[in-house]
Ligand binder design. Structure first.
Ligand code: HPA
Ligand code: ZN
Length: 326
């Protein structure tokens, strides 16, 4: 058994994946045709060639443009089914999936259309592959907190369809403190809380996510390592970090993969996990992300076991489900 085969067969959870970021160019073209939309690209190759980013905003611009082909309940269902099939092939047994309702409701797509299609796929994935999942509603942080509050209001009539809320999009200039009220409200509703912090933003943003938002998990968190006291606090709290190596590489959060902080995170005792973030845009699903690190000897087999276990223990799955997966 090669290390690749061993890692591929490890039961794992994926805790950081944006469903809109799983839109492969092939499906983008299919949906454009189905919905009578003309894409600003002539071919699948031209789409892939455009996926050359120098920072987060570069990526977000093209990612929001791609999401425009998603119009109907069937589109969201097809999108999620394609992800689940791919994740199941990577031995992902549980997935906690981000979705960005504002990207769709701001284009006139009903919240129910989005959640309806995603939820139908979730039920089918569990029946078909035994792949359990939960949805995490993300607020777009470049928009005002008022818009996030309105989005949470929309979710209230279908509260059982989500397990938590998160915070994504352009980080710098939009600190977690901007969303203090909407996160407090989500906590009152019994939702789990996560936030992207310390991807491009400074360690101060991670402190704010902890102290002001009261998050249950940190998405990315890379820049926490710049602050020793913060790192110690994250270790002591046992909070899980959802790290995304290929994303970090493609968005120039790391200079190259040999500089990826995952080995340091594990050495410091941080509860790091490996995730794909936006696999259709960053060049790979979960196992590709593991492979990007093992191929250059940055992590070994024991590290892979630790990372996969961290993903299960750090998930929001019920204890019985976690126990079954460990
Ligand atoms: N960071 C912030 N927002 C995002 C990301 C990310 O990596 N992916 C999709 N939206
Ligand atoms: Zn992300």
């Amino acid at each position: 058994l090669t290390l690749d085969d061993f890692v591929a067969g490890l039961p794992k959870a994926e805790l950081h994946v944006h469903i809109e970021g799983t839109l492969e160019p092939e499906l983008m073209f299919d949906l454009a045709q189905r919905n009578g939309i003309t894409l600003p690209f002539n071919s699948i190759e031209a789409v892939r060639a455009a996926y050359d980013f120098s920072n987060l905003q570069d990526f977000l611009d093209i990612y929001y443009q791609g999401a425009d082909v998603l119009r109907t309940e069937a589109d969201f269902y097809d999108l999620a089914m394609a992800y689940f099939a791919r994740a199941a092939a990577d031995c992902v047994r549980h997935a906690e999936i981000f979705f960005d309702p504002q990207t769709h409701t701001d284009r006139g797509i009903a919240y129910e259309t989005v959640v309806g299609g995603l939820n139908r796929a979730q039920l089918e994935a569990e029946a078909k592959w035994g792949l359990t999942s939960g949805l995490i509603l993300c607020f777009l942080r470049h928009l005002p907190e008022e818009a996030a509050l309105e989005t949470l209001e929309m979710a209230l009539t279908h509260l059982d369809k989500i397990i938590g809320v998160g915070l994504d999009s352009s980080e710098v200039g939009h600190p977690p403190s901007k969303f203090a009220r909407v996160f407090a409200r989500a906590r009152e509703l019994g939702l789990k809380l996560v936030a992207h912090a310390g991807e491009e933003g400074p360690p101060e943003y991670v402190y704010e996510a902890l102290d002001i938002l009261n998050i249950d998990r940190v998405d990315h968190g890379n820049r926490s390592l710049e602050d020793d006291a913060l790192t110690k606090r994250l270790v002591a709290s046992g909070l899980t970090l959802t790290v995304c190596p290929l994303s970090n590489y493609k968005l120039c959060v790391v200079e190259d993969m040999t500089h990826h902080p995952i080995p340091h995170m594990l050495k410091r005792g941080l509860k790091a996990t490996i995730n794909s973030d936006d696999p259709a845009y960053f060049g790979g699903y979960v196992n590709d992300n593991f492979r990007a690190l093992t191929a250059i000897g940055l992590i070994d087999q024991a590290d892979c076991v630790t990372l996969a276990r961290n993903s299960i223990t750090g998930s929001f799955a019920p204890d019985a489900r976690k126990a079954a997966l460990l």
